[in-house]
Structure formats: C-alpha cells, structure tokens
Design a protein around this ligand. Structure first.
Ligand SMILES: *Cc1c(COP(=O)(O)O)cnc(C)c1O
Length: 467
C-alpha cells in the first residue's frame, strides 16, 4: 500500500495541524465567540499537516481518469474534449456574479445568451424553439413527454396513454416514459439493427401518444426508414420524440425537424462539449416543432432557467466552431469511428458490418483463447486490460442486443495518432487473449483498484469514514 492509498483520517496524528502561526495568533477563536455559540465538543477532523493534505488530494486526483488525462471512447456517452475557452467564458465575472432573482432588466446579457442559443440550436436541429430548463438528458425526455401528453390533452385526445420505444433504445427512454405515467410498447429491431417497420404498423392506433427514437440509433446506425416511420406515426395521431443525446454525427448534416420529429432533447454535456458524468452538471434543452410551442412553458421541471453555466459553455463551443466547423465535427466523428471499426474487425467480431455513424458495436473477440479447460477472454477482460494501457474502457455489455457488446465512440476531438495507438493496443490485447486468457481474467494489473464488486460499489457505496 502506498502511503497515499490511505484515507485522510488514517493519516491523522494527534496534535498535527494544517497551519503554522505564532502562539499569540493561534487559538483563542473560541473565546472570542459570544457564549453559547462555540461548540461544546471538538469537531472530528483529521489532524494533518498542510503538505499531507496537498499530497493526499493531488495523488487522489491522479488516480482518477478523465478526458483531460486520456482517450475515453465511451460509446453512447460522447466523451469529447471540453475546450478550456468554455471554462474561461463561463468564469467571466459578469456571468458568475448573476443572481437568479435579479430584476430582468439587469440580466440582458444572459437573456441574449439564451436567445442566441435558442436560435443556434433551432438552426442545427430544425426545431422551432427550445426550453433550457431540463438539467440532464433524461430530464429532457421527461419534459418532452410531458409536452407530448399536454398536447394530446389540450385536444381532448385522452386515450393516448402508450409510447412506443425500440428495443435498441437507451434505458432512460422507457424509464422516462414510465415516470411520465405512460405505458411502454416495445418495437423490435431487424437483424440489421434498424427498427422493423412491419412490426411497428400493428402497434399504431388511437391509444398511441407517440414514439421515442434515437437516430442514428444506439448501434450507431442511421434509421433509413425514418420518413416512412414519421408518416405512419403522424397518420395515427401520435407524435415523434427524438432522443438527441448523441446528435454529434448529424451536426450540420441532417436535422431531426426535417426527419419529421416534433419534440427532442439535446445533451449539451455530450454533443456540445460541456463536462460530463462526475465532471459536471448537465443540461438537456428540449426543442419543439411549431405546433408544440404553445405548451413549452408548461412543464416547470427545474428552478430558474436550468444550468446557465453549462449553457454558456455550450454557447462558447458553438461560436468557437462556427457554422463551417460545426458541420465538420459530425463528419470527423463518423470518420474516426469507421476507421477504428475497419482497423479492428479482423480481431473483434463485428455483428453489423455496414458503415456506422459516430459509434459502433463489436461482439467480443474472434479468438478469445478458449481451449479445453481454459475459459476464453470476455469483453469485461478486454475492457479491464485496456486500463493497464492507459485508455478508458469503451461502453460494455450495452446495448443488450449482443452478449459481448463493446461499444466504441472516439469523437472528433481525437487525433489520428491517438486513434492509431488505441488500435495498436486493442490488437495487442487480442493477441494476449489468444495466447494467455488467464492473464486477462485478472487484469488490470497496474491500477490502484482492479475488480471491485461493481454492483455493491454502485448500490451500497461506503461514503463515510468509519474507524
Ligand atoms: C446519455 C443518454 C441519455 C441520458 O442522458 P443523461 O444526461 O445521462 O440523463 C439518453 N439517451 C441517450 C441515447 C444517451 O446516450
């Protein structure tokens, strides 16, 4: 155990302090407080020196992995680089000093940011207007479904209580529909990973509020029948909801509004380069077609105007790219994904061999090293071994359509050199698996923690020090 693997409480020694002051200045604070305000007992704080604290937290931060430390090809999550100019803009005192209860006439600058973002996102997506209240993608889905319900109710169309969700959908789609009180009807995908129009037809009727779709879908495939699907759903009186969490590959190429979608959300924390996951709060603006605009202000899903600091960062990103480079982002992301896919398909099983968009799915190793009495290397083993080589693992075991799914999304922010080193390492791991799968079963070998019980770690995390 390295000394910095200890908790800060374990570094504590009675009498150590984090400051060094002449005795005349140190202490005495408690006596200066009015009677009754001072604590009766000492706080249970670790007793450590300043340098102990600095080293402890600096070393902890270096045990972490982020997009600032290495390649993070997490499919479905678009871990693109967060440009530092975003941070500079968001840190401008004119913005950080705002108070949400300030009189409206004193926040014209912030209002302009919202108006300009509304216009930019409308231009990118083909929607009419956006609300910036939702603070995450799933939050946007719930908002969008509430709008869908509101639209039907306003027309006295009360029987529409079901929403159709493809089997390839992100898990948040059925979850949001359930939270919104809608019943979920699953539509199957065909062998080629696309929604089966023939299976969809019999599901449509007067009880359908709408369909939720992701396009390109969670397998990174463009739903080529989207025009027909849109016509069928509209014909039955339903609306189309677009899950635009990963709109990256479509930027400047195709617009959900033109595909026939009525309501959608965007994840600014994926497509628009703002920090993501443990790294920062999210923002899931919801855009709507003209006929839904009157309902836009109805769902009050969060306080004030959403995560303004995140909206500012995304605004800086859009302005930094400009019209031309917004168009390049999606194309380069698509090129990078196809480059990796083609470079590795002789080592990893590629269940759907067509051109992909921003991401694609392998179904485990072709030669996993399995022999009589020797279990082959799994997708989990490959993911764990990648950590030894300094890469974050891709998304694994999702989507559920394949048993050994490895879902890779490079994003446009990665250089050819980075993609090539990732490809080299993935090939090397394939060789290791063929030669010695046992070695992979126990990977990673170089990280502070190897294979925690992930369910327990997620469901029953120990967040508080107990001696
Ligand atoms: C990430 C994601 C979501 C959910 O976004 P959150 O901000 O995590 O709530 C929804 N749909 C898809 C396709 C996603 O990739």
């Amino acid at each position: 155990m390295k000394y910095y693997d200890k908790l800060i409480f374990e570094l504590s020694k009675p009498g150590k302090t984090g400051y060094s002051l002449p005795a005349a200045l140190a202490g005495g604070a408690a006596e200066a407080l009015p009677a009754g305000l001072a604590r009766g007992t000492a706080l249970n704080l670790p007793e450590v020196s300043e340098i102990d604290v600095v080293r402890h937290y600096t070393n902890l931060s270096q045990m972490n992995f982020g997009v600032d430390t290495g390649f993070y090809p997490l499919g479905s999550c678009t871990m693109k680089y967060n440009p530092k100019i975003n941070e500079e803009v968001a840190a401008m005192p004119g913005f950080t000093g705002l108070h949400p209860l300030q009189p409206a006439e004193t926040v014209k600058g912030a209002q302009t940011v919202y108006d300009e973002m509304d216009k930019a996102l409308a231009a990118i997506t083909g929607m009419k207007h956006f609300t910036f209240l939702p603070c995450a993608g799933a939050h946007g889905e719930l908002t969008g479904l509430m709008l869908m319900r509101e639209y039907h109710m306003s027309r006295g169309d009360l029987a529409r209580t079901k929403v159709i969700v493809p089997d390839s959908a992100h898990g948040t789609n059925p979850a949001s529909a359930a939270v919104c009180g809608l019943e979920i009807v699953v539509v199957k995908s065909r062998e080629n990973g696309l929604v089966d129009v023939e299976s969809l037809k019999p599901l449509l009727g007067p009880d359908i509020a709408g369909i939720m779709m992701t396009n390109p879908n969670t397998l990174g495939l463009f739903e080529r029948d989207i025009k027909e699907i849109a016509a069928l759903v509209h014909e039955c009186g339903g609306l189309l909801y677009y899950d635009g969490a990963n709109m990256n590959p479509l930027l400047g190429v195709v617009r959900p509004g033109d595909m026939g979608f009525d309501i959608m959300h965007l994840n600014l924390h994926k497509t628009f380069s703002t920090p993501h996951g443990g790294g920062g709060p999210g923002s899931g603006p919801v855009g709507v077609a003209e006929r839904i605009v009157p309902f836009l202000q109805i769902p009050r899903v969060s306080g004030f105007h959403g995560n303004f600091g995140i909206i500012l960062r995304a605004y800086a990103y859009i302005l930094m790219l400009g019209r031309e480079n917004v168009k390049m982002a999606g194309k380069l992301a698509t090129l990078g994904a196809n480059y990796i896919k083609e470079s590795l398909k002789d080592c990893y099983k590629l269940p759907i061999p067509t051109v992909c968009k921003h991401e694609f799915v392998f179904d485990g190793l072709i030669n996993d090293g399995a022999r009589e009495g020797v279990a082959g290397a799994t997708t989990l083993d490959v993911a764990k071994r990648l950590l030894d080589y300094g890469f974050h693992a891709p998304t694994i075991y999702f989507p559920l359509l394949f048993h050994q799914a490895i879902m890779i999304e490079p994003t446009e922010t990665e250089s050819l050199d980075t993609l090539d080193s990732f490809i080299d390492v993935m090939r090397k791991i394939a060789e290791e698996a063929a030669a010695d799968p046992q070695m992979l079963h126990s990977a990673p070998h170089n990280t502070p923690i190897g294979r925690p019980d992930e369910t327990t770690a997620a469901r029953q995390p120990i967040l508080k020090y107990t001696a």
